[in-house]
Ligand binder design. Structure first.
Ligand code: KIV
Length: 273
């Protein structure tokens, strides 16, 4: 059944109402149908098909190589399964910066072809014309300020942003400008908690934090990070809710051992005549 016929799917207005009611919004990333099925069984509000896809699934060392085709392919896999959570898809590097027409056409693919309900873009005042055009075309847009990984080369690495009054003011000004342009929510990544608190208080739309402290209206983590796939990856902002990396390695090693010892498959795994 199409996502669009699902009356129980969370809407933009419910996300806005959550902020007004002081209810925290829980968000997580997802890139495939298997995990989407597990997320569907939870109460998570919003699923982001993030371009972190590049790092955690496609084996790139940044989000920059991720393409529109990658995003459409993975968003469609997630949207085939999810019914209740709101689905937002990231617009990848340079898929919206060239022109309003480019942004509209690529956002249209993510919504019309892949089944997203909204798109996310990184950046401030420079992309206001694109945001206004997408919103006018009926595509809800999520903003993303602070550490914006698509600009990692310009930022000189994955560092906390908005430290010091000038940098903090730039992020606050961009947040107000994006709200004015029509975004329905704003990701704040790796900014001081006090700044994120001030921005959250200044905006009518919800802020969604990652490494931005407890005062944001919602939180997001990369699914593979919160599940502990990579034992080496331990940024300060991350809380691991499981250590699946070790559990999965142990399971695959046990299978490998059984196959090599000839103990799998056993009689109970074999068919009779
Ligand atoms: O791509 C992504 O996963 C993101 C979140 C970390 C917000 O942009």
């Amino acid at each position: 059944m199409s996502k669009y016929t699902q009356r129980e799917a969370i809407t933009v207005s419910q996300i806005l109402q959550a902020k007004a009611a002081g209810k925290k919004i829980s968000c997580v990333t997802c890139y495939d149908a298997a995990f989407a099925k597990l997320i569907e069984a939870t109460q998570v509000d919003l699923v982001l098909v993030g371009d972190s896809l590049g790092n955690v699934v496609l084996g790139h060392d940044s989000t920059i190589p991720v393409t529109m085709d990658d995003m459409v392919h993975h968003t469609a896999a997630v949207a085939r399964v999810l019914r209740r959570p709101f689905i937002c898809a990231d617009m990848p590097f340079l898929s919206y910066n060239l022109s309003v027409e480019q942004a509209l056409s690529n956002a249209g693919r993510l919504v019309q072809v892949a089944g997203a309900q909204a798109v996310k873009v990184e950046g401030g005042a420079a992309i206001v014309p694109q945001i206004k055009a997408m919103v006018q075309a009926g595509i809800p847009v999520m903003g993303h300020l602070g550490l914006t990984p698509q600009s990692v080369h310009a930022m000189g690495g994955y560092r906390v942003q908005g430290r010091g009054s000038d940098a903090a003011k730039r992020i606050m000004d961009d947040a107000l400008t994006l709200q004015e342009a029509g975004i329905f929510s704003l990701v704040l990544e790796m900014v001081p908690a006090e700044l994120a608190g001030r921005i959250s208080a200044a905006l009518k739309i919800p802020t969604i934090g990652i490494g931005a402290g407890p005062q944001c209206d919602g939180q997001i983590l990369v699914l593979h990070d919160l599940l502990g796939f990579d034992e080496e990856f331990k940024p300060k902002f991350l809380k691991k809710y499981a250590n699946l990396g070790k559990i999965i390695k142990d399971a695959i090693s046990a299978y490998d051992g059984d196959v090599k010892a000839g103990s799998f498959p056993a009689a109970e795994h074999s068919f009779k005549d």
